[in-house]
Design a protein. Structure first.
Length: 255
């Protein structure tokens, strides 16, 4: 299994922490977000191949930091020089293209995708990396989708994702059909080819400011079934965008 970590953005809402370093270098309990995630991936025996890290803002700072923390690593840095004029759809498109260019086997390989501003319990990472479906999305196992921003997912009765929905459009659907997306995925290299096509088409239609969740809606469900993996009630996770988020996650993960 290969892994992708998207870490190109600045994190402007954490400006006091990110003036000279990236958001994923912010620490919780004395450990940076990206270091915690990479150690979790290394602890999982399924992540034995390259880790592709998309870098943009403070790229050299992040690269030096990771090379110091993980000497002799298997990182492949993908430079997203357009990080401040595009969105995560372009970052994923560029990084996933690099991953696919490095796959020469005829066998299907699995690829794990993580956003670098997430903090996840070990069990969540392990369960996601064990996914075997052609496309699996990690969802918050709660009908409380009051979390700030982002996307939610509309599921059918087979626990397959029918649609990625902007929170601003939630009123168009029944409330009990929503599950919060956590921006962690595992998919096969075959499915990745459809993802690449959906990203390219989505950016052509929606512009380079599109989120990749919007573009995922262009993946035909008849070709790629999008499975849901729910975070269990006792498992911890969080997304750190603001000082309030940072304080909350520091308390939660230090308990």
């Amino acid at each position: 299994m290969k892994a992708i970590i998207l870490a190109a953005g600045r994190g402007s809402r954490l400006e006091q922490h990110t003036e000279y370093k990236t958001k994923c270098m912010v620490e919780v309990g004395g450990v940076s977000l990206i270091e915690r995630l990479i150690r979790q991936l290394y602890a999982n025996s399924m992540i034995s191949e390259d880790i592709y890290i998309a870098v943009g803002y403070q790229a050299e700072t992040l690269e030096a930091f990771l090379n110091e923390k993980f000497p002799g690593n298997n990182f492949k840095f993908v430079y997203v020089r357009e990080w401040n004029t595009t969105n995560n759809s372009w970052t994923l498109y560029k990084t996933l293209s690099s991953v696919l260019n490095g796959i020469h086997s005829l066998d299907d390989e699995m690829i794990a995708l993580f956003e670098s501003d997430l903090i996840l319990s070990d069990a969540v990472v392990s369960r996601l990396c064990a996914a075997t479906h052609s496309f699996t999305a990690l969802l918050n196992d709660s009908d409380d989708v009051s979390l700030d921003g982002g996307y939610v997912n509309k599921l059918n009765d087979k626990e397959l994702i029918n649609q990625f929905v902007k929170k601003s459009n939630m009123h168009l659907y029944k409330p009990d059909s929503y599950w919060k997306t956590i921006n962690c995925y595992v998919f096969s290299s075959s499915a990745a080819n459809y993802i690449i096509q959906s990203l390219k088409y989505g950016m052509n239609v929606l512009g380079y400011g599109a989120y990749y969740e919007e573009c995922f809606n262009f993946i035909p469900n008849v070709l790629v079934s999008k499975h849901a993996l729910h975070v269990l009630k006792h498992e911890k996770w969080g997304e750190i965008d603001t000082e309030e988020d940072l304080n909350e996650m520091t308390t939660k993960f230090n308990q």
